[in-house]
Design a protein around this ligand. Structure first.
Ligand SMILES: Cc1cc2nc3c(=O)[nH]c(=O)nc-3n(C[C@H](O)[C@H](O)[C@H](O)COP(=O)(O)OP(=O)(O)OC[C@H]3O[C@@H](n4cnc5c(N)ncnc54)[C@H](O)[C@@H]3O)c2cc1C
Length: 564
């Protein structure tokens, strides 16, 4: 049986950072990923990474902007860690070989990003994630860490109340393996594709949320789903907020910079929830162009566009046939990021022993009700390091667990069942996935209400039933992506269930969660997190998720009215 002290699942920035810091402590560490490490979604991050680097910018100001951006739902102890450790994180990246864009004095240049009172975003053109991910990957190779590349975790193994390994499929051979680990760190990224469309890669299916949920770890604030204001209408591809940071306008069908009516001070650079709601209101009230508003950079210097926004110029040309130098580009709010996730403390520990998490999969919580752009890359690195380090400390203190080989059978039977049906006799994963995604977008998107949420809840429950009968046409063993899609959709439906249940539970509007039937923020009743637990088999209940609330940690910033 394969065996390690610490097994990190996911090789995005969070996973690689966790593995690197665990390895530096001499532990036996492996990292496992369903795609090649540098194809993880972190690679797609465009705009940048926040840090208060300048002398007249104390980290407390970054923390305050983050707290306000979170609509006071972020835990302030965690936000203090995030922002105070940001500058050293950037310097560490520089020392590894990341070459950030420079300002006129040769210092690391900063660009403006939404919801922040000043320029605080370090960047590399509009390919920041790609550069970071490649540089950290080099470090991982240098450390000689074992990489299970193109392996897919099908479930976590929990014994005697502790997680002690995973069951995973080697996609090249189709074989299932048990991997024993004293500690497992889930860095499996977000769940963008539970919605359709989404700015996220097709692989962002939220596997880790569902797998943690299934072994009893609660998920926190899952109703907080970020819609990014500038995604392309066709496929949901992202046009970075860096464009507005460089000075882009948003205009409606009348050519009006409509943000002046919603956020007169910050305009296009108000926080994402505010801009997305403003856009959706313009669209709903008929001041749209085919369901979109326009992103306008025509007034910017051509060289700025060519040098700092070249990727989004390509995206506009390729997908919309629009050259942003000449014409404004249609955009609309699109699903982008999960603020919620597997509940962890500031050391990355979940509520289940042996299970750690970091990155978009985790909820520490530094983003609360709304994440500031460019705070997520920072989150992956700061808390990836902490999760990797604390997983080693835990692993050092326990003896190697025993897992019976027979534990594989459960997952093998699920897979055999899927392979025994085909797309004709069974359900097609693609159809379940599309119905789920469209339902979530329509009823659990920018605006929500009880009726829509109840409707979504029923559709998700029905899809879960149908998913028991999912089948595949490809019966092969080698790279069976048909089978992979079928396994993923089962996990995604659990994530959808958790999001809808949490959205129904929170009867107020805060951050990205806007209930038209409860339009106000209600600090008296709801200055708290939602925790959602799966009903584990054999326990009492109606089979649906169980919800609890948890107080928000407040250190130095009292909740106040939020305007931009
Ligand atoms: C288009 C786009 C642009 C963005 N731009 C920015 C930005 O400019 N600044 C910013 O701060 N944030 C940005 N974000 C958000 C940020 O990029 C992500 O939140 C962050 O990179 C997530 O990193 P991660 O390490 O948590 O997960 P990911 O990078 O998504 O990695 C997840 C890993 O988990 C693995 N995995 C998942 N499930 C399984 C399984 N079942 N078995 C095995 N392996 C599995 C995957 O293979 C992958 O390696 C952007 C996001 C998108 C989508």
């Amino acid at each position: 049986m394969l065996e390690h002290d610490v097994l990190v699942v996911g090789a995005g920035l969070a996973g690689m950072q966790a593995a690197l810091h665990a390895a530096r402590q001499g532990a036996s560490v492996a990292i496992l990923t369903k795609v090649h490490p540098v194809r993880s979604h972190s690679n797609a991050a465009q705009g940048g990474i926040n840090a208060a680097m300048e002398e007249d910018d104390p980290w407390e100001d970054h923390a305050y902007d983050t707290v306000k951006g979170s609509d006071y739902l972020g835990d302030q102890d965690a936000i203090e860690v995030l922002c105070s450790e940001a500058p050293e994180t950037i310097i560490e990246l520089e020392h590894m070989g990341v070459i950030f864009n420079r300002g006129s004095r040769g210092q690391i240049d900063m660009r403006a990003f939404g919801g922040q009172a000043r320029k605080r975003t370090c960047y590399i053109a509009d390919i920041t994630g790609q550069v970071l991910l490649h540089v950290i990957y080099e470090q991982l190779m240098k450390a000689g860490t074992t990489v299970y590349e193109e392996w897919f975790v099908t479930s976590l193994v929990r014994q005697n109340d502790a997680v002690c390994g995973v069951v995973a499929m080697d996609l090249r051979s189709g074989e299932l393996h048990l991997i024993k680990a004293k500690a497992v760190v889930l860095c499996t990224g977000g769940a963008g594709r539970v919605y359709e469309p989404s700015s996220n890669a097709l692989i962002c299916t939220g596997d880790g949320y569902a797998q943690a949920y299934r072994v009893g770890a609660p998920l926190m604030d899952m109703e907080m789903v970020q819609y990014h204001p500038t995604t392309l209408p066709g496929n949901g591809a992202l046009m970075t907020e860096g464009a507005r940071g460089e000075g882009a306008f948003l205009i409606n069908a009348d050519g009006e910079r409509f943000m002046q009516r919603y956020a007169p001070n910050m305009m296009e650079l108000a926080s994402r929830d505010v801009v997305s709601r403003a856009e959706q209101t313009e669209i709903n009230e008929g001041r749209d162009i085919n369901g979109c508003v326009l992103l306008d950079v025509r007034h910017l210097d051509r060289n700025i566009i060519l040098q700092k926004l070249s990727q989004i110029r390509e995206l506009g040309l390729e997908y919309e046939g629009v050259d942003i130098i000449e014409e404004p580009c249609p955009v609309r709010p699109g699903m982008h990021y999960m603020m919620g996730g597997i509940k962890t403390d500031i050391e990355g520990a979940t509520f289940v022993k042996g299970l750690y998490s970091a990155g978009e999969a985790a909820c520490v919580s530094v983003h609360g009700g709304n994440r500031l752009g460019a705070n997520s890359l920072l989150d992956t690195l700061v808390f990836g390091k902490r999760a990797g380090t604390s997983a080693v400390l835990y692993a050092d203190a326990i003896s190697t667990p025993e897992i019976p080989e027979s534990r594989l059978q459960q997952d093998q039977e699920l897979i055999n069942g899927i392979l025994a049906r085909d797309g004709e006799s069974g359900e097609r994963a693609a159809e379940l996935r599309l119905t789920m995604g469209q339902t979530m977008h329509q009823d659990v998107g920018v605006f929500r209400n009880q009726r829509g949420l109840e409707k979504a809840k029923n559709i998700v429950a029905e899809l879960k039933e149908r998913c028991q009968n999912v089948g595949v046409d490809d019966k092969g063993k080698v790279f069976n992506t048909d089978l992979l899609f079928a396994l993923e959709v089962g996990l995604m439906l659990d994530v959808a269930e958790a999001i809808v249940a949490s959205a129904l539970f929170r009867t107020e509007s805060r951050g990205a969660h806007y209930r038209t039937d409860y339009p106000d923020r209600n600090d008296d009743d709801w200055l708290k997190h939602t925790l959602v637990y799966a009903r584990l088999s054999g326990r009492a209940g109606d089979g649906g998720p169980r919800l609890e609330a948890l107080p928000v940690t407040i250190t130095q910033w009292q909740p106040a009215r939020r305007t931009y």
